[in-house]
Design a protein around this ligand. Structure first.
Ligand SMILES: [Fe+2]
Length: 204
């Protein structure tokens, strides 16, 4: 059942055949002509769910109870009035991210972007992030494909990551994030990115 804290359902799968193969004997290949830059877009790095401040702990504990994920760390961002909480198996695995306001929603004027987002759209996944190779060229190619972004590509190798966020999809409301990590950086944004991220979130 969807979680009352996050709206997310969890799926559990045991592969009886080859791991990761979804096709059945009746399946046939689609004749899709995928662009070459789409090959640079790889695995799901993280999914960021927005939860109410008062549901932050129950949401994380529920997820940990239903999986073997561990709580990893939290990041307080005063300027965004938000707390980003990370659950994962190891720093190289998919991360489940829970973001909430530091305090519950008060008003459109007083509350931060996370609580306002939840007020408008309910608790839900805000974005899914894909590990992206050749991220500069790939983002340029996506722009050529008329994909629209909330902000420019931000970050640098020195800071440990580069990232960019799409506009929310008209069909799913989901934002797509393209992220490239350098070295063993395991965060989700850098200090210098927070200002532009705040501005970008305000557009929603
Ligand atoms: Fe993210």
């Amino acid at each position: 059942m969807p979680s009352k804290y996050t709206g997310n359902s969890l799926g559990f799968i045991e592969w009886k055949g080859e791991k990761g193969v979804y096709s059945s004997p009746e399946s046939r290949r689609l004749d899709w002509n995928r662009s070459s830059h789409s090959r640079n877009i790889r695995w799901l790095d993280h999914a960021a769910t927005r939860v109410r401040a008062q549901d932050r702990d129950p949401a994380i504990l529920e997820f940990m109870r239903l999986t073997n994920y561990d709580f990893d760390f939290s990041i307080y961002v005063k300027s965004l009035n938000s707390i980003t909480n990370v659950a994962r198996l190891s720093s190289s695995d998919f991360a489940m991210v829970f973001t909430s306001g530091i305090t519950p929603f008060v008003s459109q004027l007083a509350s931060g972007p996370t609580e306002k987002f939840i007020k408008n759209f309910g608790p839900r996944v805000h974005h899914i992030a894909f590990q992206t190779e050749e991220i500069d060229a790939t983002v340029e190619a996506l722009k050529q494909d008329e994909m629209k972004f909330l902000l420019d590509l931000v970050g640098s190798p020195e800071e440990g990551l580069k990232q960019i966020f799409s506009l929310p999809s008209k069909n799913t409301l989901l934002v797509l994030e393209y992220i490239h990590r350098y070295g063993d950086f395991d965060g989700f944004f850098t200090k210098s990115n927070v200002t532009s991220l705040t501005a970008a979130t305000a557009k929603q």
